[in-house]
Design a protein around this ligand. Structure first.
Ligand code: SAM
Length: 246
């Protein structure tokens, strides 16, 4: 799972200045994270159920509400480590083709093609498409940027990843397909929502119960992909050229 906020790195940017966290502050922050993990019923339930992450419950809850997994055959999971969402998909749709990508390694999951890669890598999209063997019914993105402890910077970085995820989804999805992504409350949301509404028939913002109350994390569920916009499709070179007079 994502590192606890404030738990990593010795230096962090604050209002343009860099301050170095003392070992004591770092350890307090890790202790708070550990305490929260120990008290979190979702962490205990995930362990008991064999899910690799408590995040698995977020997808289960979203699926209960939106029937995301019904009938899906091809699924892409962007930012998939340690693999909780992939497990949920495979349990529900054992014959589905699932392609997972993450910067971090993911222990093998039967039926899931895993790429340890940055989604920004030039070859990422082609590799996903090839492994998928066709367009996707569902693109999931639980990606979150590594936090640096500066709220605005963290927000911008994660929103950048979400936009990349959406951009990729519009090329991977079949018409009618669905995109689910973690988003953060705050500035920049309107632009994203507008782009989503342009590309999908319905767009809902939801906070599943498993999402921590204090976090700014929400999820968008965008259903009914309208297909690639005409202007995005490469122009036909023959178009506009007058036919040769016979
Ligand atoms: C919250 S975790 C995903 C948890 C996952 N849904 C699960 O159920 O186990 C977010 C993941 O996004 C990944 N990530 C962040 N930036 C990425 C990038 N540029 N390319 C690929 N993965 C990325 C992180 O490495 C991290 O593992």
């Amino acid at each position: 799972m994502k590192a606890p906020s404030g738990g990593g790195g010795s230096g962090r940017s604050q209002g343009g200045k860099t301050r170095v966290l003392t070992a004591k502050k770092r350890s307090n922050s890790s202790n708070r994270w550990l305490q929260r993990q120990l008290n979190d019923p979702y962490v205990k339930a995930a362990k008991a159920a064999g899910w690799r992450s408590r995040a698995a419950f977020k997808l289960i809850e979203l699926d209960e509400r939106f029937n995301l997994l019904r009938g899906v055959n091809r699924v892409v999971d962007l930012g998939a480590a340690p693999g909780g969402w992939c497990q949920v998909v495979m349990q529900d749709r054992p014959r589905a083709t699932v392609v997972a990508i993450d910067l971090l390694p993911i222990e093998p999951i039967t039926g899931v093609t895993i790429f340890q890669k940055d989604i920004r890598d030039d070859d990422a999209e082609a590799l996903i498409l090839e492994a998928l063997g066709g367009t996707a019914d569902l693109v999931l993105s639980d990606m979150a940027a590594n936090t640096v402890g500066h709220q605005q910077t963290d927000h911008i970085r994660t929103m950048g990843l979400i936009e990349l995820g959406l951009d990729m989804a519009t090329r991977l999805l079949r018409p009618g397909g669905c995109f689910v992504a973690k988003v953060l409350a705050g500035g920049g949301d309107n632009t994203l929502t507008a782009a989503l509404k342009q590309a999908f028939a319905t767009v809902k913002h939801v906070k599943p119960p498993a999402s921590r109350k204090g976090s700014s994390e929400w999820y968008v569920v965008a259903q009914g992909f309208k297909g690639r916009m005409a202007e995005e499709v490469a122009p036909d070179p023959a178009e506009g050229v007058a036919p040769d007079p016979e």
